[in-house]
Write a protein that binds this ligand. Sequence first.
Ligand SMILES: CCCCCCCC(=O)SCCNC(=O)CCNC(=O)[C@H](O)C(C)(C)COP(=O)(O)OP(=O)(O)OC[C@H]1O[C@@H](n2cnc3c(N)ncnc32)[C@H](O)[C@@H]1OP(=O)(O)O
Length: 208
Amino acid sequence: MSEPDSDKVDLRSEIPRFRPAAPPPSFGEFVENMRRLQDLAVCVDATDEVYQQARDRAAELVELLAPYAAREGKGPANRSMDLPGRGSLLMPPFHVEKFDEESVVARGVLRRYHLGGGGVAHGGVLPLIFDDNFGNVVYAAKRPISRTAYLHVNYRKVTPLDVPLIIEGKVDRVEGRKTFITARLTEEDGTLLADGEGLMVQLLPGQP
Ligand SMILES: CCCCCCCC(=O)SCCNC(=O)CCNC(=O)[C@H](O)C(C)(C)COP(=O)(O)OP(=O)(O)OC[C@H]1O[C@@H](n2cnc3c(N)ncnc32)[C@H](O)[C@@H]1OP(=O)(O)O
């Protein structure tokens, strides 16, 4: 059992240092099964008997995992660089393919879980993809640790599910503490789905 008092850690008191994780071998399959579960949870149309069984099995899983809840930066989720979305269920399953001072490129798919309506992605998922890219761009460009002050997304076309997507972001300009970033979300053939612009502001000492 690890970090039983994790809920008492005040994350606002420090900026956690990011360290890549070497997850146990089964962690990736666990996360992928959880993603499939998320896809199913938002699409199944089952009987009450099936929901009762699902409820009970989900409760068993919660009981199994609850004792291992750990503070931020301790478990492998969000730090497993070889897994889609770094092994975090919050993140859409994208892989970073390029990470340098020129740009950060990631490729992935949106799935049934990310459905908005009419068979295409929920608009709210795209800012998450852009924000994560902006954070990576700041890091890759060796800019100081920063937070998003604003993020603007232009939706140019509806974003399909189950189709490879590519996001590429780069530093547009730097003004003191401010790093302005631009990014584009495309399909593999270059079709532009959305573009975005964001301002990342360098944190001052003591800022959470
Ligand atoms: C540590 C984790 C790193 C990974 C981050 C990944 C990306 C994220 O998702 S971060 C989470 C989402 N973002 C947040 O929660 C941020 C919440 N906001 C804040 O913390 C603060 O408002 C913060 C840090 C952005 C700026 O605060 P503060 O240091 O007081 O900045 P402030 O002095 O007002 O402004 C600095 C400059 O930025 C400009 N600025 C700040 N906010 C904005 C804005 N929304 N629009 C335009 N300009 C802005 C100011 O005008 C000022 O410009 P100049 O230097 O030319 O006068």
